[in-house]
Design a binder for this molecule. Structure first.
Ligand SMILES: [Fe+2]
Ligand SMILES: [Fe+2]
Length: 337
């Protein structure tokens, strides 16, 4: 490795560092940010720091045992898939970070990597308390639908992550927008539907969802928009971004509908799932400056469930009082490029 990757006194000014390309000096100076949103998101991620041990999982096994057979299957299949998402995202972020240039964006990704590891740890803590950790982490070996979703997500990650062009960097960022903004959402909804029956799982998902939706999604939406603004992007690349989110919608609905048909639980229908995922996908497209292309409907019950649990104040009455006060900071502007 060239020493200039670590220290380049003749590199460009820190305010000129783009996300992709260029020659940074190697310094991380939080007082001089080219973008501002990177530092704001970093501060919010830091303020939201939580640890799996803060969630009360003492009764998780007892609660899980009282679920119906279908609910138990939904619980296991949901965590089997969500835990894959975080494992994959940690690895993808490390690859994306290596290809990026701007040091403050990279520092923010470093903190995100730590949070994805924290999410992986939280699944292990929860499932260990539930007594089915080994079974759940091995489900991909026996379930084709789970294996297929994981495989398709990993293929989307791998498709453009060689850093050979700015267009590929843009599409790599798109893969992350899909992960943070689409692939978790029906899983979150399912756990919230089980809700009070498994408060340990529900509270763990609340914290994970806040990280994914309040900071990780804005981070990669900003990265996507910034790469597009700073560079000349081929029209065909933007077309591919639309194709990628269409694929993501199909991947999410395929697994969601599989779970619904195999393990029906109260209140979930195909139409509800489709409307939910389409609305989310339109929102993600708008967040990255593209046009919504899916049928738009009123906010669904599942969307409202997810939003309700993003509310910072709701958990305050719980056992997290000390930490969660920090969530009040989420009002800072994360989108000021
Ligand atoms: Fe995560
Ligand atoms: Fe994430």
């Amino acid at each position: 490795m060239n020493s200039k990757n670590y220290y380049n006194p003749n590199g460009e000014d820190i305010l000129d560092e783009k996300i992709f390309g260029g020659k940074p000096t190697g310094f991380v100076d939080f007082n001089r940010s080219r973008y501002k949103w990177d530092v704001n998101i970093y501060d919010l991620m830091n303020a939201n720091t939580w640890f799996p041990s803060e969630v009360n999982t003492v009764n998780e096994k007892k609660n899980f045992d009282q679920l119906s057979d279908n609910e138990q299957s939904i619980y296991k299949m949901t965590f089997a898939q969500l835990s894959f998402n975080d494992s994959a995202q940690e690895e993808y972020l490390s690859d994306f970070r290596r290809l990026a240039t701007n040091r403050l964006v990279k520092s923010t990704i470093s903190l995100q990597i730590m949070q994805e590891v924290n999410h992986s740890k939280s699944y292990a803590v929860l499932l260990d308390a539930c007594g089915n950790s080994e079974e759940v982490f091995n489900l991909y070996k026996y379930n084709d639908a789970l294996n297929t979703k994981n495989q398709k997500i990993s293929e989307q990650f791998a498709s453009y992550i060689d850093g050979n062009s700015v267009d590929k960097m843009l599409l790599s960022a798109m893969a992350s927008v899909n992960l943070e903004g689409i692939y978790f959402l029906l899983g979150f909804s399912y756990i919230y539907l089980l809700g009070d029956k498994v408060p340990g799982a529900r509270d763990m998902i609340k914290f994970i969802a806040r990280d994914e939706l309040n900071t990780h999604l804005p981070l990669f939406s900003n990265i996507y928009k910034t790469i597009q603004k700073e560079n000349k992007i081929e029209t065909s690349t933007i077309d591919t971004a639309y194709t990628m989110i269409t694929d993501a919608v199909n991947i999410e609905l395929e697994y969601g509908k599989y779970l619904m048909n195999q393990y029906p639980i109260m209140g979930v229908t195909e139409s509800l799932m489709e409307r939910t995922v389409h609305n989310y996908a339109n929102d993600r497209l708008k967040k990255i400056g593209l046009n919504p292309i899916f049928p738009q409907t009123d906010t669904t019950y599942l969307q409202k469930l997810v939003t309700k649990h993003l509310n910072m104040n709701e958990v305050k009455s719980n056992f997290f009082e000390g930490n969660v006060a920090n969530y009040a900071k989420s009002s800072i502007n994360l989108d000021d490029f």
